[in-house]
Design a protein around this ligand. Structure first.
Ligand SMILES: Cc1ncc(COP(=O)(O)O)c(C=O)c1O
Length: 371
């Protein structure tokens, strides 16, 4: 079947581009002697995680417990959950998984650690953890200078085992220039170096020094201290990564395929893909370098200026040959959001449709508690 025969909207995944992205990032890790543990919140798919494993990934980072469970079923050996747990039902679910695989948690408070310790002790398991270091993103994290005291305090919790330190340079998504991206990458390296030194000096040398973001990946892959990398978005890339200089249009594997369904005025067209396909992201943390709600491939004269749920509003500047019935491909601003909006990817190789790939660990796609 050809792509042009598909119904729209469809979330296309170009397998040739995807395979190249997985290979390129794996090879950079291999060259730098790093362990690649991709963040899988981007794709939430067992089939894609398996491709990453086959390419050489040694572990994974997850944003949800659904993702941890999916990887556990897949037989992945080292799984890290990116955030602390504090809700009793979540803690029980985490500990139940801990009995089946090595599941590492990230912590940044004594309170969350103590809640986890209580359940771990009750169930007779040991939970390995890394400490979240705040490298200036000011989301989670302990500031360098307070890390040794924190790890010392947690060492009283006998069912927790210190493994190392982790961070995420999320502020890079607010960068307005390549120089600002590079400054964030340098801060990531410098902060983790200081954090590792502080802990080693206090008698807690970190086995894992982990960090991850797609825009800072290449810099971290060449660093002396960071040994484990967690890029996520690199599998698909998107318009935000193009704006930050981390990717080009040819690297973007995920695209929304849509049809032009109306042309109400000379400068306005409507397509059949809206926020329920594309998401409303205009930059995760406030990027101003993004124009509109996605990039329409091959049409620099078009701006996707507005989205309602199932409809996209396209404005023309200058002239265009677009007409009702034409199909377009849109590179989403944030591909992770588009991926979370579909139950399957339509896999393509160029113009050929080659299959459907389930997105099997989507947020709230499985209910497990209500009878
Ligand atoms: C904690 C953490 N690590 C890694 C990543 C991956 O970053 P990116 O999507 O830039 O590759 C994210 C993304 O949000 C994250 O929250």
């Amino acid at each position: 079947m050809k792509k042009q025969e598909l119904q729209t909207p469809a979330i296309l995944l170009d397998m040739d581009i995807l395979e190249r992205n997985i290979r390129t990032y794996q090879e950079a890790c291999n060259r730098g002697g790093k362990s690649l543990w991709p963040m899988i919140k981007t794709h939430k798919s067992a089939e894609l995680a398996k491709m990453q494993l086959d390419a050489g990934a040694e572990g994974f980072l997850c944003g949800t417990l659904d993702e941890c469970e999916m990887l556990c079923r897949l037989g992945a050996k080292r799984i890290m959950y990116a955030y602390p747990t504090a809700n009793p039902a979540n803690i029980r679910r985490f500990i139940a998984l801990e009995k089946q695989t090595e599941l590492i948690i990230r912590l940044d408070s004594y309170e969350a650690a103590a809640l986890l310790q209580a359940e771990a002790e009750k169930e007779g398991v040991t939970v390995p953890y890394t400490v979240i270091v705040d490298m200036g993103f000011h989301r989670f994290g302990i500031l360098p200078g307070s890390l040794a005291v924190f790890v010392q305090k947690l060492s009283a919790l006998k069912n927790l085992k210190f493994l190392g330190i982790s961070t995420h340079p999320g502020q890079v998504y607010g960068a307005a220039s390549r120089a600002e991206v590079e400054a964030a990458a340098k801060l990531e390296r410098d902060t983790m170096k200081a954090a590792a030194a502080e802990l080693a000096a206090a008698g807690f040398p970190p086995e894992i020094v982990s960090s991850g973001s797609t825009p800072t990946f290449l810099s971290a892959a060449e660093d002396d201290t960071i040994n484990t990398l967690h890029p996520g978005n690199y599998t698909f890339f998107d318009a935000i990564q193009i704006a930050l200089g981390s990717a080009m249009e040819k690297d973007c594997a995920l695209r929304v395929f849509a049809t032009i369904i109306a042309h109400p005025s000379a400068d306005r067209f409507l397509c059949d893909a809206g926020s329920k396909c594309l998401g409303l992201d205009q930059g995760a943390h406030g990027s101003t370098s993004i124009k509109g709600y996605g990039r329409i491939v091959g049409h620099p004269e078009l701006t996707l200026a507005g989205l309602s749920e199932e409809v996209g509003k396209i404005l023309v500047s200058g002239t265009t040959d677009l007409k009702i019935g034409d199909t377009i491909e849109i590179i989403p601003n944030h591909s992770c959001s588009s991926a979370n909006n579909t139950s399957f990817y339509t896999a393509v190789r160029g113009d050929e449709v080659v299959g459907a790939i389930p997105v099997d660990a989507r947020e709230n796609s499985i209910h497990r508690e209500i009878g």
